[in-house]
Design a protein around this ligand. Structure first.
Ligand code: SAH
Length: 350
């Protein structure tokens, strides 16, 4: 067994090796998709004891400000009938904090969660008793405006990788290499953006058909039903060159080609591609997470929390710093907003 592997993880890796031995190399997107489906289905990755810490797990301020951002839009859009939708809600922490803040602003929406992991659905059920669950956005209500949140959701969706070989662009495939896996150039690939077509040999371009398809569904629904979406993730504002597939285990970077299904595999989100896919919704940003939270009043919220709980003042200030400082989450993480045509301009995106 590989050091650090669990039995169910080793069984998953062995199965993947057998699939490749029987059917040949698989696309990077299939490797990432199967690995993450296994990973999320078997564990709660969040928190100190897990692999990753996300913004809603750092402080209640994060979910509260997201909730107030949604409630403000809803007020200015005429307080129409809405439901709250979250994609990949993790432990349900953001939703619980956002719903509490929204209730304070007079908004008590029905809750619809898109979540594939049974383990995380259980965690969400404990926080959000009356929610409804969906495997994908296609079954969300179609008779209500949607207030949608996706925090660190799109980074978990599979990416294709295209690599520039001496004779042109090729799709990257994954082969077995002993106990490890390894990406190699595969068949010729189409779909390279024209402004990147002449990139030097060895360059990697990523596209995420899974992300584009979810963004397209959100855009189509917002245009038809009304509402808005806030998408926050780490990534780049423009489609570019770069292999961003990464693995995290126990809060440290790990090898993405070893122990699939036991490490958190993510890729940077291409906000330009998401925005293009989400037309006909109106697109705002992306803006840096730090700038957005500051515009939404994180300093005042932190000060109010610290006044209410003076013993926790340093911790609250530390959380504000982690969420907003450029060297922490403030700059790498970005927010993209989508609004239905005719809905007002969202706060913080001017
Ligand atoms: N939003 C949470 C959790 C982020 S982790 C937070 O910020 O803390 C990614 C989340 O997306 C998990 O809840 C995971 O189970 C879910 N997820 C991953 N792939 C998914 C898919 N294809 N469909 C639905 N949910 C998915």
């Amino acid at each position: 067994m590989i050091a650090g592997a669990t039995l169910e993880g080793q069984e998953f890796a062995d199965r993947l090796h057998r699939t490749i031995a029987a059917g040949g190399p698989i696309p990077v997107s299939a490797y990432m998709g199967q690995a993450n489906a296994h990973y999320y289905a078997h564990r709660d990755p969040l928190g100190v004891a897990g692999d990753i810490t996300t913004a809603p797990e750092i402080s209640q301020m994060y979910g509260e400000l997201v909730g107030l951002w949604l409630a403000d839009l809803w007020h200015r859009a005429g307080r129409t009938d809405v439901c709250y939708v979250e994609l990949g809600p993790g432990r349900g922490t953001l939703a619980a904090d956002a719903l509490r803040a929204m209730a304070g602003a007079g908004l008590r929406p029905v809750v619809h969660l898109v979540e594939t992991s049974p383990a995380l659905r259980d965690a969400q059920r404990a926080r959000l008793a009356n929610a409804h669950w969906h495997d994908d956005p296609s079954t969300l209500p179609d008779d209500l405006a949607l207030l949608i949140v996706a925090n660190e959701f799109f980074d978990a969706l599979p990416v294709r990788q295209l690599v520039r070989a001496p004779d042109g662009w090729r799709e990257r495939l994954v082969i077995s290499d002993g106990e490890r896996f390894r990406p190699v150039p595969g068949p010729r690939a189409a779909g390279v953006p024209t402004h990147l077509a002449d990139a030097p040999e060895g360059s990697v371009i990523e596209t995420s058909p899974a992300s584009a398809s979810v963004a397209a569904e959100l855009g189509r629904r917002l245009a038809a039903q009304g509402g808005a979406a806030l998408i926050v993730d780490y990534g780049h504002p423009r489609t570019g060159i770069g292999d961003t597939l990464q693995a995290v285990s126990r809060h440290a970077f790990a090898d993405p080609w070893l122990r699939p299904g036991e490490v958190d595999l993510t890729a940077h989100v291409d906000f330009e591609a998401l925005a293009a896919a989400a037309a006909p919704a109106q697109v705002w940003g992306p803006v840096e997470q730090g700038r957005l939270l500051e515009a939404l009043g994180v300093a005042a919220r932190a000060a109010a929390l610290a006044r209410a709980q003076p013993a926790r003042a340093d911790e609250i200030e530390g959380a504000r710093h982690r969420l907003t400082a450029p060297g922490q989450m403030g700059r790498l993480f970005k927010a993209l907003a989508l609004t239905a045509p005719g809905w007002p301009e969202p706060a913080g995106f001017a």
